[in-house]
Write a protein of this length. Structure first.
Length: 108
């Protein structure tokens, strides 16, 4: 990959909020309708309102596009590959799972 593409993708990633990054990781792995409970659970995404806000910003920035049936996808295929490869160890998913486990343990 060209260094300029890497720099461009890094800038998009760095400018993204935490929830936008979570959504980008999910969409890089599985472009789809991101608001459903199954999808959000599978990808450790936050509430539908947070996903909607993140998606709205990413669509406005033209990083994510909406398909005619409403599903979301990363517009640039190389960026989706970059997210999968470069951000695989972002650690968010495992961090969120650990938080959920701690909450369950503390509420029992």
């Amino acid at each position: 990959m060209l260094r300029s593409e890497h720099n461009h993708f890094s800038r998009i990633w760095d400018d993204a909020t935490h929830n936008e990054r979570l959504l980008l990781i999910a969409l890089a792995q599985e472009p789809a309708g991101a608001y459903g409970e199954d999808y959000r659970s599978r990808h450790d995404l936050p509430s539908p309102s947070h996903v909607q806000r993140a998606a709205g910003e990413l669509v406005k920035e033209e990083v994510v596009g909406r398909e005619p049936k409403g599903s979301l996808r990363i517009v640039e295929p190389f960026f989706a590959e970059w997210v999968t490869r470069e951000q695989a160890d972002y650690g968010v998913a495992s961090e969120l799972q650990a938080r959920k486990a701690r909450r369950r343990t503390s509420s029992e």
